[in-house]
Structures are given as C-alpha cells and as structure tokens.
Design a protein around this ligand. Structure first.
Ligand SMILES: *Cc1c(COP(=O)(O)O)cnc(C)c1O
Length: 397
C-alpha cells in the first residue's frame, strides 16, 4: 500500500480516477488500545463493520484476539488470516452446515441463539458437543440508538428464561447477550438493558458465566457528538456490578463501529459540475449508503484538483454515479464555492459500514487504497482533529 502524508498529496500525485480509501492505521491502534485499557471487558471485533484485511491486520497488531463473526465467509477470513483467533458465531439464525463447519473445521466454540429451535440446531449440528459456549441473546429496548436493532433478533423475557434453562443443561459455559442498536447515543441504554437481563437471569434461576453487552458504541460524525466513550465504559462497569451473575463471570462486548469508524476516509472525484450540482464517483450503492439512505452527516472537505485556493462557500446537490435517481444526497451540502470536474471531496470517519456496504451496481464499486498520516477528522479518542489544510477547506454539512 502506498503511503502519502495527506489526501491532498494523493490528489497532487495521482489525480486518482477511482474513489480512494485513505487508511489511517493509528486510528485503529488508538481505538483498540482504548478498549483494552479502559473498557472493562473483552472486545470481540464485529467483522461486518469493516472486513478489509489491512483493518483486520491493524486490529490484530494492536492486540485484538477475539472476533464476532456472522457467516461462513467471515469465519474463513478470520481463520485463514489469524489461525489462533477466538471467534464467536453471533448470528442468531445460522445455516446448519455453517454451524458444523464452524465447529469442526474452524474451531468455533461460541454460538448465539435466541430461540429454542436454534439452540436445538446448534446442539444437533455439533453432535451435542460438550465444550460449547452458548450465548442467549435477549431483546432489550433500543432507547437512543440511531439504528435500532431490536425488531429482528432477541428472545422475549418469557422465552429467554426457558432457553437459558435448556441451554444451561448442555453448555459448558452459558452467557447472555443483547444489542442496544448501532450508534447508541445514550450510555443509559446499557444500564437499562443490563438490569432487565439480570431480572431474566433471576427468573430463569440459572448460573451465568458470561455477560456480553454487544456492540453499538458510537463514532463521531458531523452532527451532535455522542457522550465520551468513558461514560459508556463507566456505565457498563457499574451495571455489571449489579447483575445477578457468578462472582467470576466474564464481561464481553462486540464493538464494530467504534473500533474502525475513524480509520478510513473516502476521497471522491467530481466528474461533472452542473448548475449547482456535483456528480461524484461514489454514492448510495457504494460506501455512502448511510449518508444517502439514513441521512447521516459525515464530516466532509473539498480538495482542489489543480492546487488553486478554494474560496467562499456554496450549497450543492450531490449525486452518486449510478443511474438510479435515488442515488442522491437527501439534503444540499455546503462546500467551497466553484468546485469543478477534477476536484475532490473527502468523506471522513467512513471506516465503519462504508466499504462493507459497497455493491458493484452499475459497474461501480472499485476502489484504490492508500495509507495517509494526517488527522483532520473529529475523534472520540482524544487529541487529534481539525487541522487546517492549506488547499481545500474543511466543510461540515
Ligand atoms: C452489527 C453487530 C455488532 C456491531 O455493532 P456496532 O454498532 O458496529 O458496534 C455487534 N454485534 C452484533 C450481534 C451485531 O449484529
């Protein structure tokens, strides 16, 4: 991978035709160290947030050894790259063959369920293995989550008690988990969820070895900043103390977004400027799904393609590259005035659910990847951000 000082240097050197992922490995290192040093439990990285091998390698180098995987492809990816890694197969609905392969070929021992039927499937597909860790996922309220996730998965309180009792009979280790939803803006969501789950454990009357508090820890974008990550760690730690679990119970979490969001930005080329509209080379079918469909406000800046100074600001309509008329930003965007073909727009903090979401629709979806060393974007991990760039200017939506 080629290394440049900043994306401005990428533009000067390459005038890139493809959208360029600008990877900042130190952002992964800092986030992984924060979870290791400050979060009270073991992080299982949710691979779906960004399965790029350079990102995975940076996480591994920073000491991440546990991975939340949801499919055979993710299991093979992690197994082949890091043979010693610990994997938890945390999709509540698994294909039977996938369970067997995970157990027999890839050494997976940790499986999640939220129904009795899935519990039976796990037991049958592993020939009633005696060394399973079964995690029962419980539905909790998603108060404060930007992307709530309770609609689809998680056992109700009544069902959970039955599943916990049955799982306890077969599991070597028994855990509970929940997911408060992604980009959760309120640390109190964990306090509520952990108190609810604790009551269910008491109702079930089982001993519990593991409490897995899921993912959902936030990243910072261009709109309201979330509370500090320390506030989340403190809330989880205090709530764990109150739970009805074994004295030596383990605490786990499944961060995706919070570990990788700051690690990549995307540099897009303006292909046409017309009547206040910019047509750029990535969009809603590429890495900008959340920007278009969820109306998320990513921090942005413009970089001029020819080194001229950008002055003043103007509002633009922004279109992605595909023929679909929904491939268009939902609101006008304020950027430096007079952008033309060959200028660039960089979207910051797009390391989570960016590349992971990109499709090949209409023949787009190919990217270049470089490493850069600047730190222009807002961060939840301390002293970086808001460096002034010489050409181009930072513009937040
Ligand atoms: C997506 C997902 C995660 C990661 O969520 P983030 O919001 O990225 O932290 C963790 N666990 C499960 C089960 C998930 O589906």
């Amino acid at each position: 991978m080629h290394t440049y000082a900043t994306p401005i240097h990428v533009v000067r050197a390459e005038q890139p035709d493809l959208p360029v992922w600008c990877f900042r490995p130190d952002r992964v290192t800092t986030a992984a160290r924060w979870f290791r040093d400050t979060f009270p439990g073991e992080p299982f990285y949710a691979v779906k947030a960004n399965p790029g091998v350079h990102v995975l390698d940076a996480l591994w180098a920073a000491g991440v050894r546990s991975f939340d995987v949801a499919s055979e492809a993710e299991i093979e990816l992690i197994h082949n790259r890091f043979p010693g890694a610990r994997m938890a197969f945390l999709h509540p609905v698994k294909n039977r063959r996938s369970i067997t392969r995970a157990y027999k070929e890839f050494g997976v021992r940790i499986f999640v369920t939220d129904t009795m039927a899935e519990l039976n499937k796990i037991l049958e597909a592993t020939d009633f293995a005696r060394d399973l860790t079964i995690i029962v996922r419980i539905a909790v309220s998603c108060d404060g989550a930007t992307l709530p996730l309770a609609g689809k998965f998680g056992a109700s309180a009544d069902d959970a008690a039955d599943i916990l009792r049955e799982a306890r009979r077969h599991a070597d280790e028994l855990g509970v988990s929940f997911h408060v939803g992604s980009q959760a803006m309120k640390p109190t969501a964990w306090a509520t969820a952990m108190a609810d789950v604790s009551r269910i454990i008491i109702t079930a009357g089982v001993t519990v070895d593991i409490v897995d508090v899921g993912g959902g820890f936030p990243a910072i974008y261009a709109d309201d900043a979330p509370p500090s990550l320390e506030a989340y760690a403190d809330m989880v730690e205090a709530s764990f103390e109150e739970m009805f679990v074994l004295e030596n119970a383990e605490l786990w979490c499944e961060p995706g977004r919070a570990l990788v969001a700051e690690s990549e930005s995307l540099l897009c080329r303006v292909e046409l400027s017309k009547d206040g509209a910019l047509y750029i080379n990535d969009g809603s079918y590429g890495a900008l799904y959340d920007a278009v469909h969820e109306r998320w406000k990513f921090p942005m800046r413009a970089i001029s393609g020819n080194g001229r100074k950008l002055r003043g600001m103007q509002e633009y309509t922004i279109y992605g590259p595909t023929c679909d008329s929904t491939d268009k930003f939902p609101e006008k965007i304020l950027l430096p005035a007079g952008l033309v073909e060959g200028d660039y727009i960089e979207f910051g903090n797009l390391g989570a659910y960016g590349r992971a979401m990109a499709s090949r629709f209409n023949g787009y979806g190919e990217y270049e990847l470089v490493e850069v060393q600047d730190a222009p974007w807002p961060s939840l991990y301390g002293a970086v951000g808001a460096e002034v760039v010489s050409i181009g200017s930072i513009a937040t939506l």
